[in-house]
Design a protein around this ligand. Sequence first.
Ligand SMILES: Nc1nc2c(ncn2[C@@H]2O[C@H](COP(=O)(O)OP(=O)(O)OP(=O)(O)O)[C@@H](O)[C@H]2O)c(=O)[nH]1
Ligand SMILES: [Zn+2]
Length: 302
Amino acid sequence: MPEGLIVKALSGYYYVKPADLTQNDNIQCRGRGILRKDGVTPLVGDRVIYSLTENGEGMVDEILPRISELVRPPIANAKLAVLLFSLREPDLNLQLLDKFLVHIEHSGLRTLICLTKEDLLAQDKKHQAKDVTEQVAELYKSIGYDVIVTSSITGLGTAEVRNYLAGEISVFSGQSGVGKSTLLNAMLPDLSLETGEISMRLGRGRHTTRHVELIELDNGGYVADTPGFSQLDFLELGVEELSTCFREFQQYAENCKFRGCSHLHEPGCKVKQALEDGKISASRYEHYVQFHEEMKEKKRRY
Ligand SMILES: Nc1nc2c(ncn2[C@@H]2O[C@H](COP(=O)(O)OP(=O)(O)OP(=O)(O)O)[C@@H](O)[C@H]2O)c(=O)[nH]1
Ligand SMILES: [Zn+2]
């Protein structure tokens, strides 16, 4: 029986792209009842076995094993989270960046950070602004994240991002207005798409309901441009897990005097020591403390 990839889910239908490349059209499928009985719901990104039914539609018979599963956005088999933050409009907000990173770390996806709208760095202050951009890029690279500076206007970094996504399912995330759709569009093979069409393809049409869809690049990459990770409320994260989401803390945390050290005020804390020694950035630590408080506060309220 044929194999395929679910590229879209809408109104109870799954749109399956056949693995057989001689088949051009996606097949509109229902999920077999047995799947529901087993308690598995097919997700966009699932590799599935399907069969054709008489009316030209199909049936998803089996879901192949997943390598990852996200709840929000509901995507299977994503390997990479692309986190977009604009350098201007809106200005770079490192606290929010760290918050997104905590959520992505928690999801277990690999991360690529894109610093977008480089062309908006004011000409006169360009030197100074460039320094800041470089410092930020260096900081996150030193932590172990890949960082690409982009502009969808000049094309800076676009090809690099596109190559990075080859052959993988990725999830684009970032605040509204940072340029997710624009960057994605710059990487699509068919550049003649109208803006309206793009919104339709991305499920953003004013009158269409927001749905989950994978956009195919011409290098075997698929991108889900969804409001994913938008609910940055920490409700699913235990406060004791927070520090593990700051990956550069790990090597120090292992040697803290107390097991379960919160790295806030315990004596013999190697994370605080590393902060004092300048090995952990002050902004990262500060955000850790802020998120920790925020989580405690939430716990009290719920
Ligand atoms: N100068 C400049 N403007 C950009 C760039 N990328 C996007 N923009 C503009 O920024 C605005 C927002 O871009 P979008 O691509 O719609 O942003 P988005 O992240 O998809 O936003 P949502 O759909 O709300 O999530 C638009 O007016 C774009 O034209 C860029 O590289 N440089
Ligand atoms: Zn500690």
